[in-house]
Ligand binder design. Sequence first.
Ligand SMILES: NC(=O)c1ccc[n+]([C@@H]2O[C@H](COP(=O)([O-])OP(=O)(O)OC[C@H]3O[C@@H](n4cnc5c(N)ncnc54)[C@H](OP(=O)(O)O)[C@@H]3O)[C@@H](O)[C@H]2O)c1
Length: 319
Amino acid sequence: MQKLKIGVLGCANIAKKSVVPAILSISDFELVAVASRTAEKAQEFANLFGCEAVEGYQKLIDKKDIDVIYMPLPTGLHEEWVLKALEADKHILIEKSLAMNYSSAEKMVQKAKEKGLLIMENFMFLYHNQHQIVKQLIAEGKIGKIRCFRSSFGFPPLPSNNFRYNKKLGGGALLDAAAYTIRASQLFLGNDLNVKAASLNYNENDIDIFGGAFLKNKNGLFSEVAFGFDNFYQCNYEIWGSKGKIIAHRAFTPAPDFKPLITVEQQEEKFDIEVPAENHFINILHEFVKNVRKQNYKPKYDEILNQAKLLQEVRDIAN
Ligand SMILES: NC(=O)c1ccc[n+]([C@@H]2O[C@H](COP(=O)([O-])OP(=O)(O)OC[C@H]3O[C@@H](n4cnc5c(N)ncnc54)[C@H](OP(=O)(O)O)[C@@H]3O)[C@@H](O)[C@H]2O)c1
């Protein structure tokens, strides 16, 4: 099978620390090049990973020897570079959140459809076995019928020059941290959720620093999510059922060597399950490759649009 030739747009921390090492560990990919706004940064990154350094994003997009672009740019830059990359016939694996708003997500998905290319949001936690184990516990009746889903993702303040505090670049806790809790809500309650209530609290620069939302599906099941950039660290979800409760700890960001815990509580007992460590960055790359090879694009378009719809509803209702 031919390798997918991949280029990286932007020397982001997440690319350096997690995604590019994962790319290099998979035989389906050949890392061809990395682009940065500056030649020096591109060269430094390229030296680390043994690929070509390119100055300027458009030059990488124009390369004929690249099939796939991994795009870890801030959300505010996505629409411009996604449309250019799709125009150049590249499949795209893109960091969350894809879009600043729903209409921007629609525009990018529409272009991907027209071009017959995959665009997929890099929610790697979805491909960690922790959540399959939770699903299995629910299917075995360990907590009875699901009554509600709750999730929190938040952390203490980041350095003030981080792009997450820049409105134009798509800063704010909604597009960053809330995105995980809302994606996880869909994993357990399905795709027919709507946001019924929401709160976003903004700082002096109009950046949403913390917030929460209440989502409900057609069967009346609901999700409560909370998120923030100036919060005590939380990274979990719980599913409360008629007969018990499951808590998934460190649900969104387990490092490749970390064994996340699942706690199951029932009337008579409470026990922990230690989930084997695994690298969900590698897992999601396999999912990406599978979908490119099968030309199976629609489910990923639908996932993107559903997620963007819910984020937009939170923004609209909170404002
Ligand atoms: N899936 C995950 O687990 C995960 C985890 C963390 C972050 N993320 C996502 O990955 C993306 C990158 O996050 P990060 O924490 O790695 O950020 P980062 O280190 O700040 O990287 C962002 C990159 O964007 C490029 N960029 C272009 N214009 C920029 C501007 N005006 N200001 C800042 N950067 C600019 C820069 O690349 P050059 O300077 O090389 O051009 C920079 O290295 C975000 O969308 C974030 O939400 C995902």
